[in-house]
Design a protein around this ligand. Sequence first.
Ligand code: ZN
Length: 407
Amino acid sequence: MTAKGHSERPAVGPEMEDLGIVEDGAIAVSDGKIIAAGKSSELLSNYTAAERIDATGRVVMPGFVDAHTHLVFAGSRERELELKIKGAGYMKILQEGGGILSTVRDTRRATKEDLLHICRERCNNLMLHGTTTIEAKSGYGLTLDDEIKSLEVIMQLDQEGPTNLVPTFLGAHAIPPEYQGKTGEYATLICEKWIPEIAKRKLASFCDVFCEKDVFEIEDSRRILLAGKRQGLVPRIHADEFYPLGGAELAAEVGAVSADHLLHVSTAGLTRMRASGVIATLLPAAPLTLMVDKYADARRMISEGIPVALGSDLSPSCWLENFQLVIQLACYKLRMTPAEALTGATINAAHSIMKANEIGSIEAGKKANILILNAPDFRFLGYRLGMNLVDTVLIDGKTVVRGGHLA
Ligand code: ZN
């Protein structure tokens, strides 16, 4: 069983190793919340319960928090796999009208009902593999109406439950076909028209930008993130994924809660992130699926005291619904220890989406979002590849997965 006392600030450095494991532990839940956690001997004498779940010999831990997904998309891009294998990069596929732009066509064509249907099933898949909270971005609509449609899908799925969703506006995900060669004009439209409308409708908590060379460069990214911030949308940013553009520095400058990817982050960028408390949300499945042999330098970030969180980067280019694979890649490709990876997948990811007061650890007062694993030790999450080790999932105290199946 794991508990963790980092609700006030994310775990950094050696703190990421400390899961606060209680051997032979128990959790008392009432009204969807954890009311006590500790030794079984103490809890069993202090509490009675109408329902008891026996987890003898198994790991009990907080639900995974996926801090970075592009959940809302229609269609699929399986044909790009061969292009990638033959060596075409992300930007080349994009420049040829594939990649994001083909998903934009499919997502625009889909109705809100279509997207709800698709994403409901996707959320169930995530939940079956242990994800209980999902940061979900728009960004395949790229018209105001289609971005609103995507954000409304996220809001509705959160209201329906059982998974909890946190909406991020990512109108600046790519330059839509109508604005090719007119990036500045498109950025102005986002700043002046779209962000105020989305904020007025309370459709997003965060504003994100795909800050990258030849997409939204620093000046446009800054304008968009600051426009969002003025309207109450907290900045987060796709930073320095393909090129050391200065996305991490910008994240620190605008007060972003998280800078994501960071494969090519500069030394200055890391220093500024640390000084400003920006969380590094790392997405090891992204370089894997792009067939790039470069991964973020998680060891350096951890040793420099930067909090590291993890995300799946679920998208049509990186279709990953089993968060346990993210933990495995964090171990094998980022050289994070299993304990660090679990901290990145729970409490630090909760900080990355500003929900650490509610989720991410097993502590009294938090939502009872709890996993029971078919494993005797948490290290199995990093060690046993490709299996679904999740037996039971509770969200808000309700059993939503039992025996590995939807309850
Ligand atoms: Zn992304």
